[in-house]
Design a protein around this ligand. Structure first.
Ligand SMILES: *[C@@H]1O[C@H](CO)[C@@H](O)[C@H](O)[C@H]1NC(C)=O
Ligand SMILES: *[C@@H]1O[C@H](CO)[C@@H](O)[C@H](O)[C@H]1NC(C)=O
Ligand SMILES: *[C@@H]1O[C@H](CO)[C@@H](O)[C@H](O)[C@H]1NC(C)=O
Length: 381
């Protein structure tokens, strides 16, 4: 990692004004046919090794900071991430939403907590990207007990124009702040403006270690809403995905992986009834799927693309399975990584390992205690 991080930093610094200028208007990834067209936003497989991704889901940083309990949970979450990063040494990390619990953050600037959540990855020089969940920009909810007879709690609102009205930190502010302090390691992007307030809509290309070979995979990130707007993938996002994927991968030759936060309704259709039995693979099935509010055609588009191998979501802390969908692609939950948020199921991280030539995706769950379970092949032969 060290070796190319300087290169990375220079490229990022040089192209920063470019990225922010075109990123907002709709950043276009160009599939590199020659080395000259390579973009700094692309990822690359290291020669002789598979490309490994760790997914950190539902960290929920920043809860209950006015108690001892809250800050302790954040320390615990940093420990989970550190353990996973040190035992798996992934090439890339995906923060799968609900990085912070904004509705429980009693200060103006949630970026402080966002930054803490990113720090174990950044400190190790590992590149990452983030997408938004339903808690990341939700507005602050005053705890009822703050209005008890003892009066207003001993919480100091930082001096600000809004006084104590906790406007919260917007999706745009969170992502801009993340990019600013990322040492060039953040691959997060601000999606096309016409999709706002849905912000984390973008694509990353994983290139082969061999420059003459075609790209290994396309990673699509979508903002499934929640917080400041409804929990859906909108028609506009579906159209964006169609256009984007047809342009980047018209002949469906490049395998595609999809990441968003809130499960689509299709997850309900494949959910195991009680026990997780084959062909599903996983270890906890403790909740009902809490799906998006509507299905606007995204799944139809995905199942129609033979290049789409799997979708990864978080949101349900008590589910960690993968199930096949119509024998075409896999629908997977990540694994609750954070000590914040509801539920006390042991924490862990879903790991993806992508191999090129032939293309394969393996996945498993790495737990905080070091154990590994739920290994599954996510490619059909
Ligand atoms: C919010 O916190 C971050 C540190 O994580 C800091 O860089 C930024 O300037 C702060 N923003 C405001 C508006 O205070
Ligand atoms: C499915 O794919 C076919 C051929 O690629 C295309 O003509 C059709 O419009 C697609 N349907 C949907 C729902 O995307
Ligand atoms: C995955 O597939 C490989 C062969 O490609 C096989 O060796 C391995 O046992 C499979 N793993 C699981 C968990 O099915």
């Amino acid at each position: 990692m060290k070796k190319w991080s300087l290169y990375h930093l220079i490229i990022t610094v040089l192209s920063l004004p470019l990225i922010s200028a075109v990123g907002v208007g709709g950043w276009e990834l160009s599939i590199p046919t020659t080395t000259a067209t390579r973009s700094s936003s692309n990822l690359r497989v290291r020669e002789g090794s598979p490309f490994k991704i760790a997914i950190f889901a539902d960290l929920h940083f920043g809860e209950d900071t006015w108690t001892d309990w809250g800050p302790r949970q954040d320390v615990n979450s940093v420990n989970v991430m550190s353990t996973v990063l040190d035992s798996e040494t992934p090439d890339f990390v995906v923060y799968l939403g609900d990085v912070v619990t904004a509705d429980n953050i009693a200060i103006q600037n949630a970026s402080l907590f966002w930054d803490k959540a990113i720090s174990p990855t950044r400190d190790r020089g590992i590149p990452w990207s983030t997408l938004f969940g339903n808690h990341d920009d939700a507005s602050f909810v005053w705890p009822l007990d703050w209005f008890s007879s003892s009066g207003i709690p001993p919480v100091c609102c930082p001096a600000s124009d809004d006084g104590c009205a906790f406007r919260g930190t917007t999706r745009l502010e969170l992502i801009q702040e993340e990019m600013k302090s990322s040492n060039g390691l953040s691959h997060s992007m601000i999606g096309p403006k016409e999709l706002w307030p849905s912000v984390s809509n973008y694509v990353l290309l994983v290139e082969s270690s061999d420059h003459s070979k075609p790209p290994v995979a396309l990673l699509y990130f979508l903002d499934s809403g929640g917080g400041s707007y409804p929990e859906v993938i909108s028609n506009a996002q579906v159209e964006w995905f169609k256009t984007k994927s047809n342009r980047l991968n018209p002949d469906l030759r490049i395998p595609e992986l999809i990441f968003w936060h809130i499960p689509s309704k299709a997850y309900k259709k494949v959910a195991p009834r009680l026990w997780i039995i084959k062909p599903c693979v996983g270890s906890i099935n403790k909740e009902k799927v809490a799906a998006q509010e509507a299905e606007n055609g995204m799944m139809k588009v995905l199942e129609n693309r033979s290049s789409v191998k799997a979708v990864f979501v978080g949101h349900n802390h008590g589910l960690d399975w993968c199930c096949p969908y119509k024998n075409k692609l896999w629908l997977c939950f990540a694994r609750h990584t954070g000590y914040g948020g509801y539920g006390n199921w042991p924490r862990g991280s879903r790991i993806l390992e992508i191999t090129e030539m032939p293309f394969r995706i393996k996945s498993w769950i790495r737990m905080e205690d070091g154990s590994v379970h739920s290994a599954v092949n996510l490619t059909y032969d």
